[in-house]
Ligand binder design. Structure first.
Ligand code: ACM
Length: 634
């Protein structure tokens, strides 16, 4: 009986440890076997690196930096020490189970061994190790009385995709060198390996091009406005244009090195031929439109007219494909960018290029005649093909938003599919490489909860939807899908706290979609691991959205054609309480069970979620009139 009791206890203990361990890791690894017990780190940690390899030494250095401050322990790095606490081993005979970025992590009572085919794999192994440590590992200073236990595990892990990207728009609002480095620090924790910097747009040119000084003397600066971007008043001639900034080439070199040390590639984007008002303002001779010398870098005023089924520009924010000044200009830009950014691709934008000024341009008409171009899409395609040649002459490959397919794709271009997955499918079928970053799953500028409480943006992307992202559509040869990417546009993002709020936790979802095997994904389990990550972000002082705990409103009409309200939540196991009388509900109010009809004369429903008797989501005060506007048209 005693023996049975002992084994039962052991079983319960093992299960709880298993659950505990699994709860921590994002993205979920390919295979994890929990063993009993823990390995504890104490003062005087010895990290051993195998062989002579600078990149492995760098991984050890990064790990020692991550451990040193929160533990306060002395940490040494040595070569080939069999008794080391943490051994980083580059495999001599490649293990085909873990490819280039995969790793094996063994934590036993004897110590920790991370092995991999390549240094990058070792780096990802160390990121997993850090997630297995107590959350105090996120502290900036040594805490007291922390037991640095690591559960004993055997992990074998490898990424599903080689391209695991996050795009950071540093043009709409400028974010500086330190913010980009912090961004990189946070993204690598979840095994992202590509940072796409959206460096140019109508609102600012953010990279120094020495041969074209106006791009940053003029193009990096606009007038500071605060409020709802898009509705601002246009800058006047006499207003100081002192808001913005740019990266010097030295800044870029520092960022690239910083990223490289963390196994992150940086993809620079120069968004052309549309989205180019900052460039045109700097060099008006790149336009085909008279009066461009009076243009100003956009400060968030309306410059495009968006309507059902299309858009047109109110000022000509395009580089003119018929203007021969444009190509030597781009040659200079790409010459310098190619020297600054070692990554094999340069992103040439291509999205949302308004054609209405081109339609009126004599120069464009002549170009069409000369080149036999029949449509404006073919004019853009002519431009993209010339740009591809320039970029390739600098030894780089081209990637662009999916509009570059229209009018004929340049011969070697890769496509970043953002308007859904259609463009990606088309490009893959044409044998081109593709990165999937559809608005429907990966747009981090969208609201993540109900629009009555989220900072307003024109669309919504909930965490659970982001988590259902699969970059490989049915019927497409997976070999053309390099991977996927989430995009953080910053029109409405004015500061770092809000940048973090928009990034997390949806980037956790995308990280798991890009790294973990499809069969390993599980929303219920993931949402619990997200909660553990929140505890770590609290320690790091990283802001995140808790919208997954908020109530979700859906509406329809009941059999009497009256408004019916359906309430739900993204995460499981929450209780929803509501009121109709304008008072703030708590757990002693009616609990939601079935769709609600609105009492006569009620003008507001207030809703809050609880878990285990404690409020967990934000209270939403929802006007009935607002819900009525959401009813499907009769
Ligand atoms: C885009 O979102 N315009 C690429």
């Amino acid at each position: 009986m005693k023996k049975f009791f002992f084994f039962s206890l052991l079983f319960v203990f093992t299960i709880s440890c298993f659950a505990q361990t699994e709860k921590l890791l994002i993205p979920v690894p390919s295979s994890l076997i929990k063993q009993s017990g823990n390995y504890s780190l104490h003062d005087n940690i010895l990290i051993s690196v195998s062989g002579e390899n600078k990149d492995v030494e760098n991984v050890a250095l990064q790990l020692s930096k991550a451990l040193a401050a929160p533990t306060g322990f002395k940490i040494s790095i040595r070569k080939n020490i069999t008794t080391a606490n943490i051994k980083l081993k580059l495999l001599v005979v490649a293990d085909t189970n873990i490819c280039d970025e995969g790793y094996k992590l063994s934590v036993s009572q004897k110590g920790i061994i991370i092995s991999a085919n390549k240094p990058g794999g070792l780096f990802y192994g160390t990121q997993t190790l850090l997630q297995l440590l107590p959350k105090a590992i996120e502290n900036k200073y040594a805490g007291k009385n922390i037991v640095w236990n690591i559960p004993c595990v055997e992990i074998v892990d490898r990424p599903r995709f080689a391209w695991r990207g996050l795009m950071f728009d540093v043009s709409r609002h400028f974010f500086g060198k330190q913010e980009v480095k912090d961004f990189i620090d946070n993204m690598v924790k979840y095994k992202f390996n590509l940072l796409h910097l959206h460096l140019t747009d109508d609102e600012g040119w953010r990279v120094e091009i020495k041969s074209l000084p106006n791009l940053t003397k003029v193009g990096a600066w606009n007038v500071k406005r605060i409020g709802t971007f898009g509705d601002f008043s246009a800058p006047t001639a006499d207003e100081p244009k002192d808001f913005g900034g740019f990266f010097t080439q030295d800044d870029i070199k520092e960022i690239v090195q910083y990223a490289n040390d963390r196994f992150v590639n940086i993809l620079p984007e120069v968004d052309i031929p549309g989205h180019s008002l900052a460039a045109i303002t700097s060099y008006p001779e790149l336009s085909c439109t008279p009066g461009a010398e009076n243009y100003r870098v956009r400060s968030g005023e309306k410059i495009m007219d968006w309507h059902q089924g299309g858009f047109s520009a109110l000022v000509d924010n395009t580089l003119c494909p018929a203007n021969e000044n444009v190509y030597p200009f781009l040659d200079k830009v790409f010459t310098e960018l190619a020297q600054l950014f070692p990554f094999e691709y340069i992103h040439i934008g291509g999205d949302e290029c308004a054609k209405n000024f081109w339609e009126k341009s004599d120069a464009i008409k002549q170009l069409m005649q000369k080149e036999g171009l029949k449509t404006m899409e073919e004019v853009q395609s002519y431009f993209e093909k010339r740009v591809e040649k320039i970029v390739e002459s600098k030894g780089k490959k081209v990637i662009g938003w999916d509009e570059i397919l229209e009018g004929g794709l340049a011969p070697n271009a890769a496509v970043m599919s953002w308007r859904g997955i259609k463009g990606g499918i088309e490009a893959a079928k044409l044998g081109h490489d593709v990165v999937m970053s559809p608005t429907t799953f990966t747009y981090l500028d969208y609201m993540q909860g109900d629009k009555v409480i989220e900072p307003p943006v024109y669309a919504t992307l909930r965490l659970k939807t982001a988590y259902s992202f699969d970059p490989v559509p049915e019927g497409v040869d997976a070999k053309f899908i390099m991977g996927g990417q989430a995009n953080l546009w910053t029109e409405q993002v004015y500061n770092t706290r809000h940048m973090q709020y928009m990034l997390w936790p949806r980037s956790l979802a995308i990280a798991e979609c890009l790294w973990s095997a499809k069969e390993k994904k599980n929303w219920s389990d993931f949402s619990k691991r997200v909660e553990s990550s929140f505890e770590r972000m609290d320690i790091e002082h990283v802001k995140y959205a808790r919208s997954m705990f908020d109530p979700i409103f859906e509406v329809n009409r009941n059999e009497n054609k009256e408004l019916q309200i359906i309430l739900s939540t993204e995460v499981e196991g929450l209780d929803i309480y509501y009121s109709w009388d304008n008072s703030n509900p708590d757990l002693y109010y009616p609990k939601y069970a079935t769709p609600l009809s609105v009492p006569k004369d009620a003008s507001m429903i207030k809703v809050i979620t609880y878990r285990d008797g404690k409020p967990i989501g934000k209270q939403i005060d929802m006007p009935i009139a607002t819900l009525k506007t959401r009813l499907p048209k009769k």
